[in-house]
Design a protein around this ligand. Sequence first.
Ligand SMILES: [Zn+2]
Length: 494
Amino acid sequence: MNDQWYFEIGDGNTYGPYPLEKLQKWAAKGNLMPTHRVRNADSDEWIIAAYVPGLELTTTAPELHKTKGQAGGKSLGSFVRGLGKKQQPDSSSDTPNATDSLLSSSEPPDIVALCDELLEISFRRNASDLHIDPEENVVLVQLRIDGVLEPLRKLPKSILGPLIGRLKVLSRMDIAEKRLPQDGRFTAELGPDRRRIHIRSACLPTTHGERITLRLLALETEQLTLNRLGMSASALKTFAEYSGQKQGMILLTGPTGSGKSTTLYAALRHRLANHPGRIITVEDPVEFDVVGVAQAEVDSGDKLRFDTALRNILRSDPDVIMIGEIRDHDSADIAVKAALTGHLVLSSLHTNSAAGVITRLVDMGIKPYQVAATLRLCIAQRLIRQLCPNCRKPRQLSHAEAKVIGQPDAAGSTIYEPGGCEKCHNRGFNGRIGLFEFLPIDEELARHIVEGCDEGGISRYARAKGIPTLRDDAATKLQAGLTSFSELVTIAVW
Ligand SMILES: [Zn+2]
Protein backbone atom coordinates (compact mmCIF):
# COMPACT_ATOMS: atom_id res chain seq x y z
CA MET A 1 0.00 0.00 0.00
CA ASN A 2 1.07 3.53 -0.73
CA ASP A 3 2.55 5.45 2.20
CA GLN A 4 0.72 8.62 1.24
CA TRP A 5 -2.50 9.46 3.06
CA TYR A 6 -5.27 12.04 2.85
CA PHE A 7 -7.34 13.03 5.82
CA GLU A 8 -10.42 15.02 6.78
CA ILE A 9 -11.07 16.83 10.02
CA GLY A 10 -14.68 17.71 9.51
CA ASP A 11 -14.22 21.23 8.18
CA GLY A 12 -15.16 20.30 4.64
CA ASN A 13 -11.55 20.18 3.37
CA THR A 14 -9.37 17.26 2.45
CA TYR A 15 -5.73 17.46 3.48
CA GLY A 16 -2.77 15.60 2.02
CA PRO A 17 -1.27 13.55 0.80
CA TYR A 18 1.16 13.13 3.70
CA PRO A 19 3.27 10.15 4.73
CA LEU A 20 1.83 8.03 7.53
CA GLU A 21 4.63 9.15 9.84
CA LYS A 22 3.33 12.69 9.75
CA LEU A 23 -0.20 11.58 10.54
CA GLN A 24 1.16 9.61 13.48
CA LYS A 25 2.86 12.71 14.83
CA TRP A 26 -0.35 14.69 14.62
CA ALA A 27 -2.26 11.83 16.22
CA ALA A 28 0.17 11.72 19.13
CA LYS A 29 -0.31 15.45 19.59
CA GLY A 30 -4.07 15.07 19.66
CA ASN A 31 -4.63 17.03 16.49
CA LEU A 32 -5.74 14.06 14.45
CA MET A 33 -8.58 12.38 16.30
CA PRO A 34 -9.68 8.73 16.29
CA THR A 35 -12.90 9.91 14.70
CA HIS A 36 -11.31 11.70 11.77
CA ARG A 37 -11.45 10.06 8.36
CA VAL A 38 -8.32 9.08 6.50
CA ARG A 39 -7.81 7.62 3.02
CA ASN A 40 -4.83 5.96 1.43
CA ALA A 41 -3.73 7.70 -1.75
CA ASP A 42 -4.23 4.39 -3.59
CA SER A 43 -7.81 3.93 -2.46
CA ASP A 44 -11.17 5.67 -2.75
CA GLU A 45 -12.35 4.35 0.58
CA TRP A 46 -12.36 6.57 3.68
CA ILE A 47 -11.55 4.86 6.98
CA ILE A 48 -11.91 6.06 10.57
CA ALA A 49 -8.40 6.90 11.80
CA ALA A 50 -8.68 4.63 14.83
CA TYR A 51 -8.98 1.62 12.48
CA VAL A 52 -5.80 2.30 10.54
CA PRO A 53 -2.80 0.21 11.60
CA GLY A 54 -0.16 2.62 12.82
CA LEU A 55 -2.68 5.26 13.84
CA GLU A 56 -3.78 3.48 17.03
CA LEU A 57 -2.12 6.38 18.79
CA THR A 58 -5.16 8.43 17.98
CA THR A 59 -7.13 6.54 20.58
CA THR A 60 -4.90 7.91 23.33
CA ALA A 61 -4.83 11.34 21.79
CA PRO A 62 -7.59 12.85 23.94
CA GLU A 63 -5.58 12.15 27.10
CA LEU A 64 -2.38 13.46 25.59
CA HIS A 65 -4.23 16.49 24.44
CA LYS A 66 -5.75 17.09 27.82
CA THR A 67 -2.43 16.76 29.65
CA LYS A 68 -0.84 19.14 27.26
CA GLY A 69 -3.66 21.60 27.68
CA GLN A 70 -3.48 21.48 31.44
CA ALA A 71 0.29 21.53 31.71
CA GLY A 72 0.73 24.35 29.28
CA GLY A 73 -2.25 26.28 30.56
CA LYS A 74 -3.62 26.27 27.04
CA SER A 75 -7.38 26.38 26.75
CA LEU A 76 -8.93 23.19 25.44
CA GLY A 77 -11.50 25.19 23.62
CA SER A 78 -8.96 27.37 21.90
CA PHE A 79 -9.56 25.80 18.54
CA VAL A 80 -13.27 25.37 18.85
CA ARG A 81 -15.20 27.01 16.10
CA GLY A 82 -18.46 28.78 16.56
CA LEU A 83 -18.24 28.80 20.32
CA GLY A 84 -17.42 32.45 20.66
CA LYS A 85 -13.85 31.72 21.63
CA LYS A 86 -10.98 33.31 19.84
CA GLN A 87 -8.14 31.15 18.66
CA GLN A 88 -5.13 31.87 20.80
CA PRO A 89 -1.90 32.60 19.03
CA ASP A 90 0.15 29.45 19.31
CA SER A 91 3.73 30.41 19.91
CA SER A 92 4.75 27.33 21.89
CA SER A 93 7.49 25.24 20.42
CA ASP A 94 5.85 21.90 21.14
CA THR A 95 3.70 21.97 18.03
CA PRO A 96 5.35 20.64 14.89
CA ASN A 97 5.70 23.08 12.05
CA ALA A 98 3.48 21.13 9.76
CA THR A 99 0.63 21.12 12.27
CA ASP A 100 1.22 24.77 12.93
CA SER A 101 0.59 25.71 9.36
CA LEU A 102 -2.29 23.28 9.13
CA LEU A 103 -4.04 24.78 12.13
CA SER A 104 -3.49 28.37 11.21
CA SER A 105 -4.74 27.82 7.70
CA SER A 106 -7.91 25.96 8.58
CA GLU A 107 -8.70 26.27 12.30
CA PRO A 108 -10.06 22.72 12.61
CA PRO A 109 -12.87 22.38 15.12
CA ASP A 110 -11.46 20.67 18.19
CA ILE A 111 -14.07 17.99 18.63
CA VAL A 112 -12.71 16.74 21.94
CA ALA A 113 -12.93 20.21 23.42
CA LEU A 114 -16.40 20.68 21.95
CA CYS A 115 -17.64 17.43 23.51
CA ASP A 116 -16.05 18.33 26.84
CA GLU A 117 -17.69 21.71 26.75
CA LEU A 118 -21.16 20.39 25.86
CA LEU A 119 -21.00 17.83 28.68
CA GLU A 120 -19.72 20.41 31.12
CA ILE A 121 -22.56 22.81 30.27
CA SER A 122 -25.11 19.99 30.58
CA PHE A 123 -23.79 19.15 34.02
CA ARG A 124 -23.56 22.71 35.29
CA ARG A 125 -27.07 23.50 34.13
CA ASN A 126 -28.41 20.36 35.77
CA ALA A 127 -29.63 18.87 32.50
CA SER A 128 -30.82 15.28 32.50
CA ASP A 129 -30.23 14.86 28.75
CA LEU A 130 -28.05 16.30 26.03
CA HIS A 131 -29.43 15.91 22.50
CA ILE A 132 -27.39 16.23 19.32
CA ASP A 133 -29.99 16.43 16.55
CA PRO A 134 -28.99 16.85 12.90
CA GLU A 135 -31.35 18.93 10.79
CA GLU A 136 -31.12 19.63 7.09
CA ASN A 137 -28.41 22.29 7.29
CA VAL A 138 -27.41 22.55 10.93
CA VAL A 139 -26.86 20.44 14.01
CA LEU A 140 -29.18 21.40 16.84
CA VAL A 141 -27.82 20.90 20.35
CA GLN A 142 -30.53 20.80 23.02
CA LEU A 143 -30.66 20.20 26.76
CA ARG A 144 -33.47 18.71 28.80
CA ILE A 145 -33.64 20.55 32.10
CA ASP A 146 -36.31 19.69 34.65
CA GLY A 147 -38.15 17.78 31.97
CA VAL A 148 -38.24 20.63 29.46
CA LEU A 149 -36.25 20.71 26.22
CA GLU A 150 -34.20 23.88 25.66
CA PRO A 151 -32.11 24.75 22.60
CA LEU A 152 -28.47 25.31 23.53
CA ARG A 153 -26.84 26.15 20.21
CA LYS A 154 -26.68 25.43 16.51
CA LEU A 155 -23.51 24.00 15.01
CA PRO A 156 -22.42 23.76 11.39
CA LYS A 157 -23.51 20.52 9.75
CA SER A 158 -19.89 19.69 8.91
CA ILE A 159 -19.26 19.05 12.60
CA LEU A 160 -21.86 16.28 12.84
CA GLY A 161 -19.64 13.42 11.62
CA PRO A 162 -16.67 14.08 13.91
CA LEU A 163 -18.94 14.98 16.85
CA ILE A 164 -21.01 11.80 16.62
CA GLY A 165 -17.81 9.86 15.99
CA ARG A 166 -16.17 11.20 19.12
CA LEU A 167 -19.25 10.45 21.24
CA LYS A 168 -19.44 6.95 19.78
CA VAL A 169 -15.80 6.33 20.67
CA LEU A 170 -16.45 7.50 24.23
CA SER A 171 -19.56 5.29 24.41
CA ARG A 172 -17.64 2.28 23.01
CA MET A 173 -20.03 2.00 20.08
CA ASP A 174 -19.09 0.68 16.66
CA ILE A 175 -17.97 3.82 14.82
CA ALA A 176 -18.35 2.27 11.40
CA GLU A 177 -21.97 1.19 11.99
CA LYS A 178 -24.15 4.07 10.85
CA ARG A 179 -27.35 2.36 9.84
CA LEU A 180 -28.43 0.71 13.08
CA PRO A 181 -29.36 2.22 16.45
CA GLN A 182 -26.72 1.67 19.13
CA ASP A 183 -26.54 2.02 22.90
CA GLY A 184 -23.52 2.74 25.02
CA ARG A 185 -22.30 4.32 28.19
CA PHE A 186 -19.30 6.07 29.68
CA THR A 187 -18.31 8.18 32.63
CA ALA A 188 -17.05 11.74 32.57
CA GLU A 189 -15.57 13.91 35.27
CA LEU A 190 -17.57 17.10 35.33
CA GLY A 191 -18.11 20.25 37.32
CA PRO A 192 -15.76 22.26 39.49
CA ASP A 193 -15.15 19.21 41.72
CA ARG A 194 -14.60 16.90 38.74
CA ARG A 195 -17.34 14.53 39.85
CA ARG A 196 -17.67 11.18 38.12
CA ILE A 197 -20.93 11.23 36.21
CA HIS A 198 -22.38 8.16 34.50
CA ILE A 199 -23.67 8.84 31.02
CA ARG A 200 -25.89 6.56 28.95
CA SER A 201 -25.88 7.19 25.23
CA ALA A 202 -28.22 6.20 22.43
CA CYS A 203 -27.43 6.73 18.76
CA LEU A 204 -30.13 6.63 16.10
CA PRO A 205 -29.80 7.05 12.33
CA THR A 206 -32.21 9.60 10.82
CA THR A 207 -32.73 11.03 7.35
CA HIS A 208 -30.47 13.98 8.20
CA GLY A 209 -27.73 11.87 9.74
CA GLU A 210 -27.14 10.16 13.04
CA ARG A 211 -28.55 11.71 16.19
CA ILE A 212 -27.29 10.95 19.64
CA THR A 213 -28.86 11.41 23.05
CA LEU A 214 -26.77 11.42 26.20
CA ARG A 215 -28.44 10.92 29.55
CA LEU A 216 -26.55 12.17 32.59
CA LEU A 217 -27.65 9.48 34.96
CA ALA A 218 -26.74 10.11 38.52
CA LEU A 219 -27.61 13.75 38.76
CA GLU A 220 -31.19 13.99 39.85
CA THR A 221 -31.18 10.56 41.40
CA GLU A 222 -28.30 11.56 43.60
CA GLN A 223 -29.75 14.87 44.62
CA LEU A 224 -33.14 13.53 45.53
CA THR A 225 -32.63 11.73 48.80
CA LEU A 226 -35.70 10.65 50.71
CA ASN A 227 -35.82 13.92 52.61
CA ARG A 228 -35.68 16.01 49.48
CA LEU A 229 -38.19 14.13 47.33
CA GLY A 230 -40.95 16.47 48.38
CA MET A 231 -42.90 13.99 50.50
CA SER A 232 -44.97 15.46 53.29
CA ALA A 233 -43.81 14.68 56.82
CA SER A 234 -46.51 12.04 57.29
CA ALA A 235 -45.82 10.47 53.87
CA LEU A 236 -42.12 10.37 54.69
CA LYS A 237 -42.85 8.61 57.95
CA THR A 238 -45.08 6.05 56.22
CA PHE A 239 -42.49 5.47 53.49
CA ALA A 240 -39.63 5.03 55.97
CA GLU A 241 -41.73 2.67 58.07
CA TYR A 242 -42.72 0.45 55.11
CA SER A 243 -39.25 0.36 53.55
CA GLY A 244 -37.96 -0.94 56.88
CA GLN A 245 -40.29 -3.96 56.88
CA LYS A 246 -38.95 -7.48 56.71
CA GLN A 247 -41.10 -8.78 53.90
CA GLY A 248 -43.76 -7.80 51.41
CA MET A 249 -43.90 -5.62 48.31
CA ILE A 250 -43.71 -1.87 47.88
CA LEU A 251 -44.70 -0.92 44.34
CA LEU A 252 -44.35 2.44 42.65
CA THR A 253 -46.33 3.57 39.68
CA GLY A 254 -46.42 6.51 37.30
CA PRO A 255 -45.64 7.33 33.67
CA THR A 256 -42.11 7.31 32.26
CA GLY A 257 -40.11 10.17 33.71
CA SER A 258 -42.18 10.43 36.87
CA GLY A 259 -39.16 9.76 39.07
CA LYS A 260 -39.96 6.19 40.10
CA SER A 261 -36.35 5.05 40.05
CA THR A 262 -35.34 8.10 42.06
CA THR A 263 -37.74 7.06 44.79
CA LEU A 264 -36.61 3.44 44.59
CA TYR A 265 -32.98 4.46 45.02
CA ALA A 266 -33.89 6.77 47.87
CA ALA A 267 -35.67 3.86 49.55
CA LEU A 268 -32.62 1.61 49.11
CA ARG A 269 -30.36 4.22 50.63
CA HIS A 270 -32.69 4.71 53.54
CA ARG A 271 -32.95 0.98 54.09
CA LEU A 272 -29.20 0.55 53.94
CA ALA A 273 -28.60 3.32 56.46
CA ASN A 274 -31.17 2.08 58.96
CA HIS A 275 -31.51 -1.69 58.54
CA PRO A 276 -28.24 -3.39 57.61
CA GLY A 277 -28.71 -6.39 55.37
CA ARG A 278 -28.11 -7.75 51.89
CA ILE A 279 -29.65 -5.73 49.11
CA ILE A 280 -29.64 -6.97 45.53
CA THR A 281 -31.06 -5.25 42.49
CA VAL A 282 -31.94 -6.33 38.95
CA GLU A 283 -32.13 -3.32 36.71
CA ASP A 284 -32.25 -2.33 33.09
CA PRO A 285 -30.11 -0.33 33.15
CA VAL A 286 -28.33 0.33 36.44
CA GLU A 287 -28.98 4.03 36.66
CA PHE A 288 -27.00 4.78 39.74
CA ASP A 289 -24.36 2.93 41.72
CA VAL A 290 -25.44 2.53 45.32
CA VAL A 291 -22.54 1.75 47.62
CA GLY A 292 -23.18 -1.44 49.57
CA VAL A 293 -25.73 -2.81 47.13
CA ALA A 294 -25.13 -5.63 44.63
CA GLN A 295 -26.58 -4.41 41.37
CA ALA A 296 -27.13 -6.61 38.33
CA GLU A 297 -27.76 -5.01 34.98
CA VAL A 298 -29.87 -7.20 32.72
CA ASP A 299 -31.44 -6.34 29.39
CA SER A 300 -35.16 -6.71 30.10
CA GLY A 301 -35.75 -7.16 26.36
CA ASP A 302 -33.98 -10.49 26.79
CA LYS A 303 -36.77 -12.07 28.78
CA LEU A 304 -35.05 -15.36 29.41
CA ARG A 305 -31.97 -13.73 30.90
CA PHE A 306 -34.05 -11.31 32.94
CA ASP A 307 -36.15 -14.04 34.54
CA THR A 308 -33.09 -16.22 35.09
CA ALA A 309 -31.32 -13.33 36.80
CA LEU A 310 -34.31 -12.82 39.07
CA ARG A 311 -34.42 -16.50 40.03
CA ASN A 312 -30.68 -16.55 40.67
CA ILE A 313 -31.00 -13.60 42.96
CA LEU A 314 -33.44 -15.43 45.19
CA ARG A 315 -30.81 -18.11 45.71
CA SER A 316 -28.19 -15.64 46.84
CA ASP A 317 -29.95 -14.92 50.12
CA PRO A 318 -30.86 -11.25 49.94
CA ASP A 319 -32.96 -9.36 52.49
CA VAL A 320 -34.14 -6.76 50.02
CA ILE A 321 -34.65 -7.14 46.29
CA MET A 322 -35.15 -4.22 43.97
CA ILE A 323 -36.53 -5.07 40.53
CA GLY A 324 -36.40 -2.12 38.14
CA GLU A 325 -39.77 -2.86 36.66
CA ILE A 326 -42.42 -5.58 36.77
CA ARG A 327 -43.48 -6.00 33.16
CA ASP A 328 -45.28 -9.28 32.81
CA HIS A 329 -46.60 -12.37 34.56
CA ASP A 330 -43.19 -13.99 35.06
CA SER A 331 -41.53 -11.01 36.73
CA ALA A 332 -44.68 -10.38 38.82
CA ASP A 333 -44.74 -14.04 39.83
CA ILE A 334 -41.10 -14.00 40.96
CA ALA A 335 -41.66 -10.76 42.89
CA VAL A 336 -44.67 -12.24 44.69
CA LYS A 337 -42.83 -15.47 45.53
CA ALA A 338 -39.89 -13.49 46.89
CA ALA A 339 -42.21 -11.36 49.00
CA LEU A 340 -43.95 -14.46 50.34
CA THR A 341 -40.66 -16.06 51.38
CA GLY A 342 -39.28 -13.42 53.68
CA HIS A 343 -37.94 -10.73 51.37
CA LEU A 344 -38.80 -7.10 51.00
CA VAL A 345 -39.40 -6.42 47.30
CA LEU A 346 -39.25 -2.94 45.81
CA SER A 347 -40.33 -2.42 42.23
CA SER A 348 -42.33 -0.30 39.83
CA LEU A 349 -45.01 -0.89 37.24
CA HIS A 350 -46.98 1.09 34.71
CA THR A 351 -50.46 2.14 35.78
CA ASN A 352 -52.18 5.49 36.22
CA SER A 353 -53.00 5.36 39.89
CA ALA A 354 -52.03 3.69 43.15
CA ALA A 355 -55.28 1.71 43.12
CA GLY A 356 -54.44 0.58 39.58
CA VAL A 357 -51.41 -1.36 40.88
CA ILE A 358 -53.70 -3.93 42.47
CA THR A 359 -55.81 -4.54 39.37
CA ARG A 360 -52.71 -4.57 37.17
CA LEU A 361 -51.17 -7.36 39.24
CA VAL A 362 -54.39 -9.36 38.98
CA ASP A 363 -54.44 -8.73 35.21
CA MET A 364 -50.92 -10.15 35.07
CA GLY A 365 -52.24 -13.39 36.48
CA ILE A 366 -51.43 -12.97 40.17
CA LYS A 367 -54.22 -14.37 42.34
CA PRO A 368 -56.06 -11.73 44.40
CA TYR A 369 -55.22 -13.56 47.65
CA GLN A 370 -51.51 -13.49 46.71
CA VAL A 371 -51.74 -9.75 46.05
CA ALA A 372 -53.46 -9.24 49.40
CA ALA A 373 -50.85 -11.35 51.18
CA THR A 374 -47.78 -9.62 49.74
CA LEU A 375 -48.58 -6.05 48.73
CA ARG A 376 -47.88 -3.61 51.58
CA LEU A 377 -47.80 -0.21 49.95
CA CYS A 378 -48.64 1.31 46.55
CA ILE A 379 -47.25 4.70 45.65
CA ALA A 380 -48.35 6.78 42.66
CA GLN A 381 -45.89 9.46 41.69
CA ARG A 382 -45.41 12.42 39.33
CA LEU A 383 -42.61 14.94 39.02
CA ILE A 384 -43.24 18.67 38.86
CA ARG A 385 -40.92 21.60 38.40
CA GLN A 386 -40.16 23.54 41.53
CA LEU A 387 -40.44 27.33 41.42
CA CYS A 388 -37.22 29.27 41.89
CA PRO A 389 -37.73 30.76 45.39
CA ASN A 390 -35.51 33.66 44.43
CA CYS A 391 -37.77 35.15 41.76
CA ARG A 392 -41.28 33.63 42.07
CA LYS A 393 -44.08 36.21 41.83
CA PRO A 394 -47.15 36.13 44.10
CA ARG A 395 -50.72 36.39 42.84
CA GLN A 396 -54.19 35.35 43.95
CA LEU A 397 -55.78 32.01 43.17
CA SER A 398 -58.88 32.64 41.06
CA HIS A 399 -62.28 31.06 41.73
CA ALA A 400 -62.03 28.96 38.56
CA GLU A 401 -58.57 27.70 39.52
CA ALA A 402 -59.66 26.95 43.06
CA LYS A 403 -62.40 24.74 41.61
CA VAL A 404 -59.90 22.98 39.36
CA ILE A 405 -57.73 22.00 42.32
CA GLY A 406 -60.83 20.78 44.14
CA GLN A 407 -60.71 23.43 46.87
CA PRO A 408 -63.25 26.15 46.02
CA ASP A 409 -62.74 27.75 49.44
CA ALA A 410 -59.10 28.43 48.64
CA ALA A 411 -59.98 31.16 46.09
CA GLY A 412 -58.15 34.39 46.90
CA SER A 413 -55.25 32.68 48.66
CA THR A 414 -51.72 33.47 47.52
CA ILE A 415 -50.04 31.27 44.94
CA TYR A 416 -46.93 31.94 42.85
CA GLU A 417 -45.97 32.34 39.21
CA PRO A 418 -42.50 31.72 37.76
CA GLY A 419 -40.31 34.81 37.41
CA GLY A 420 -36.79 34.65 36.05
CA CYS A 421 -33.40 35.44 37.49
CA GLU A 422 -29.74 34.55 37.27
CA LYS A 423 -30.03 31.69 39.75
CA CYS A 424 -32.52 29.81 37.56
CA HIS A 425 -31.06 30.83 34.18
CA ASN A 426 -34.22 32.85 33.61
CA ARG A 427 -36.43 29.78 33.63
CA GLY A 428 -38.37 30.59 36.78
CA PHE A 429 -37.98 26.98 37.92
CA ASN A 430 -35.12 25.20 39.65
CA GLY A 431 -35.13 21.46 40.17
CA ARG A 432 -38.09 19.14 40.61
CA ILE A 433 -40.08 17.59 43.40
CA GLY A 434 -42.50 14.70 43.50
CA LEU A 435 -46.25 14.52 43.95
CA PHE A 436 -47.28 11.41 45.84
CA GLU A 437 -50.28 9.29 46.61
CA PHE A 438 -49.73 6.58 49.21
CA LEU A 439 -52.03 3.60 49.42
CA PRO A 440 -51.12 1.30 52.32
CA ILE A 441 -52.79 -2.11 52.21
CA ASP A 442 -54.42 -2.52 55.59
CA GLU A 443 -56.43 -5.54 56.72
CA GLU A 444 -59.74 -4.16 55.49
CA LEU A 445 -58.36 -3.28 52.05
CA ALA A 446 -56.70 -6.70 51.85
CA ARG A 447 -60.13 -8.24 52.39
CA HIS A 448 -61.60 -6.09 49.60
CA ILE A 449 -58.81 -7.26 47.29
CA VAL A 450 -59.44 -10.93 48.05
CA GLU A 451 -63.12 -10.34 47.34
CA GLY A 452 -62.20 -9.06 43.86
CA CYS A 453 -62.83 -5.36 44.38
CA ASP A 454 -62.16 -3.32 41.19
CA GLU A 455 -60.09 -0.15 40.79
CA GLY A 456 -63.07 2.15 41.34
CA GLY A 457 -63.99 0.33 44.53
CA ILE A 458 -60.43 0.55 45.85
CA SER A 459 -60.32 4.29 45.10
CA ARG A 460 -63.62 4.82 46.92
CA TYR A 461 -62.26 2.94 49.91
CA ALA A 462 -59.14 5.17 49.94
CA ARG A 463 -61.23 8.37 49.68
CA ALA A 464 -63.46 7.20 52.53
CA LYS A 465 -60.34 6.62 54.61
CA GLY A 466 -59.20 10.19 53.89
CA ILE A 467 -56.03 9.11 52.05
CA PRO A 468 -54.72 12.17 50.11
CA THR A 469 -54.72 11.76 46.32
CA LEU A 470 -52.12 13.04 43.86
CA ARG A 471 -54.47 15.95 43.29
CA ASP A 472 -54.60 16.76 47.00
CA ASP A 473 -50.82 16.69 47.18
CA ALA A 474 -50.66 18.96 44.11
CA ALA A 475 -53.03 21.47 45.73
CA THR A 476 -50.96 21.45 48.91
CA LYS A 477 -47.73 22.09 46.99
CA LEU A 478 -49.36 24.85 44.95
CA GLN A 479 -50.54 26.63 48.08
CA ALA A 480 -47.14 26.18 49.71
CA GLY A 481 -45.65 28.18 46.82
CA LEU A 482 -43.54 25.25 45.63
CA THR A 483 -44.96 25.19 42.13
CA SER A 484 -47.24 27.12 39.77
CA PHE A 485 -50.80 26.47 38.67
CA SER A 486 -49.83 26.11 35.00
CA GLU A 487 -47.14 23.55 35.90
CA LEU A 488 -49.74 21.40 37.64
CA VAL A 489 -52.12 21.63 34.72
CA THR A 490 -49.44 20.30 32.35
CA ILE A 491 -49.07 17.07 34.30
CA ALA A 492 -52.84 16.64 34.54
CA VAL A 493 -53.40 14.90 37.83
CA TRP A 494 -57.07 15.82 37.74
ZN1 LIG B 1 -35.03 32.51 39.62
